[in-house]
Design a protein around this ligand. Structure first.
Ligand SMILES: *Cc1c(COP(=O)(O)O)cnc(C)c1O
Length: 367
C-alpha cells in the first residue's frame, strides 16, 4: 500500500522536471556520452561555481569521493583519522579502506555534529586528519575544528553529502576544509538518477592526482594505478538540469522545517532541531527527539506516515566496529541520541495537506 505521506517522493520530484528531463536524457543518448562527456564536464564547472570552490571532480558516488580524497591526501597505514560517531558508515569505512585507523568522537547534544572538544582529546602523534560531517544539513562547528587542524598540522575533509549550500558564519560548506565531498544519491538534496558523487576543493595541488586516480590513473597514460570512479553522462545531464532549482528546493525544505518547528514546539517531550546562531540548515533530514520514539513511530506508521531512523545506531556500536571495543559510555551523547531520534518526512514537493496530516498525527499521539 502506498503511504499517505511518503518519506520522500522522487516520482513527484522528477515529474516536476518534465519535459526537460526527457529531453536531457535524449541528448545523452544522441551523443552516446554514457560515461563522463560534455554534460559531466559542464556540471563540474557549474557545481564548483554554485558552491564557491575552484574545482569540482565528479566521481561515481559520495563514498568514493571520501576514499579518493583520503588517498590524495596521502594517508598511510597506521595513520589515524578522527570522525564523528554519528553519521552514515561511508564516512568511516572509507578511512579504513584508504589504509587509516578510525577514531570516533562524540557529538554535540543539540546539533548532532562532531564535538570539537572531543576531537582535541583524541589527537595523537599519529593523527593525520579530521572528517566533520555536516549532518542532516547543518554545518559542524568549523571554527574550532579548523583551529585544532591548524595547530596540529592536520587536513580536514568536509563530508557535505547532506548539506549542499548550507552556510557557516557566512561561508558555504565545502569551502573551509582542504577537500569537500558530495553525494548525489537520488534522495540527497541534489540527486542524480542513480549513484553519483563529487569532490570539491580549492587546493590546486590535489586536482590532477584526484582526477587521474579516479580514472584508472590517467586517460591515455597510466601515471599511477587508479580506480574506476566516473560519473555517467546521464547523471551529469540530470544534475545540470536540477542545479538551477537547488536554491528554491532548499528554501522549500526550510519553510517546511519552520512549520514543523512551530507546530511541534511544546508537544509532549519533543525536541525539534536546534540551529546554532551563524549556521544555516538545509534540512536534508528533519530529525526530532523523544523518549517515546518507538511508540510514536509505530503510531505514525499505522497512520500511513513513513519515518526513518538516521541512524538506528551510532557507528561505534555496529558489529563492523566491535573490534574497537567501545562502550556506550565512550560516546554518551551519540549513545543517547540513537534511541531518541526520528526523521520526519521532508521534501520540496511535500504539500501543506501532507504536513498538516503529519503534525496532527503527532499531536494526537501525545494527547
Ligand atoms: C550519503 C552519504 C555518503 C555517501 O554517499 P553515497 O553517494 O551514497 O556513496 C557519505 N556521507 C554521508 C554523511 C552521507 O549521508
Amino acid at each position: 500500500m502506498k503511504s499517505r505521506v511518503p518519506f520522500n517522493d522522487l516520482k513527484k520530484h522528477h515529474e516536476s522536471l518534465q519535459p526537460a528531463l526527457g529531453e536531457a536524457l535524449q541528448r545523452v543518448i544522441e551523443q552516446s556520452a554514457f560515461i563522463r562527456g560534455p554534460e559531466v564536464d559542464l556540471f563540474e564547472k557549474e557545481f564548483a561555481a554554485l558552491t564557491g570552490v575552484k574545482h569540482c571532480i565528479s566521481c561515481a558516488n559520495g563514498t568514493d569521493a571520501l576514499y579518493i580524497a583520503m588517498r590524495a591526501l596521502g594517508l598511510r597505514p597506521g595513520d589515524e583519522v578522527i570522525t564523528t560517531a554519528h553519521s552514515w558508515i561511508a564516512t568511516s569505512e572509507t578511512i579504513t579502506q584508504a589504509g587509516g585507523r578510525v577514531v570516533f568522537c562524540d557529538t554535540d547534544p543539540d546539533t548532532f555534529t562532531i564535538d570539537p572538544a572531543d576531537i582535541a582529546r583524541k589527537i595523537t602523534p599519529r593523527t593525520k586528519g579530521i572528517i566533520p560531517v555536516h549532518l542532516y544539513g547543518q554545518p559542524a562547528d568549523m571554527d574550532p575544528i579548523l583551529a585544532i587542524a591548524r595547530k596540529h598540522g592536520l587536513w580536514v575533509i568536509e563530508d557535505c553529502a547532506q548539506a549542499h549550500l548550507a552556510e557557516y558564519k557566512g561561508r558555504l560548506v565545502g569551502t573551509m576544509g582542504d577537500v569537500a565531498t558530495y553525494s548525489f544519491y537520488p534522495g540527497k538534496n541534489l540527486g542524480a538518477m542513480g549513484d553519483a558523487g563529487g569532490i570539491a576543493t580549492n587546493r590546486d595541488d590535489l586536482v590532477e592526482w584526484m582526477t587521474n586516480f579516479s580514472r584508472h590513473g590517467g586517460k591515455g597514460n597510466h601515471l599511477i594505478e587508479g580506480i574506476n570512479s566516473r560519473m555517467d553522462g546521464l547523471h551529469g545531464a540530470v544534475l545540470r538540469l536540477k542545479l538551477p532549482h537547488l536554491r528554491g528546493w532548499t528554501a522549500r525544505r526550510q519553510q517546511i522545517a519552520a512549520v514543523y518547528d512551530r507546530a511541534l514546539a511544546g508537544v509532549g517531550d519533543i525536541v525539534t532541531p536546534v540551529v546554532r546562531a551563524g549556521r544555516s540548515h538545509v534540512y536534508h533530514l528533519y530529525v526530532i527527539q523523544t523518549a517515546r520514539r518507538d511508540a510514536l513511530r509505530a503510531h505514525l506508521t499505522a497512520a500511513g506516515i513513513e519515518t526513518v531512523l538516521n541512524y538506528p545506531k551510532a557507528l561505534p556500536f555496529y558489529p563492523a566496529y566491535a573490534y574497537l571495543g567501545h562502550q556506550p559510555a565512550d560516546f554518551p551523547v551519540a549513545a543517547r541520541h540513537q534511541d531518541r531520534i526520528l526523521s520526519l518526512p521532508i521534501f520540496p514537493e511535500m504539500t501543506e495537506e501532507q504536513q498538516t496530516y503529519v503534525v496532527d498525527a503527532i499531536r494526537q499521539y501525545f494527547k
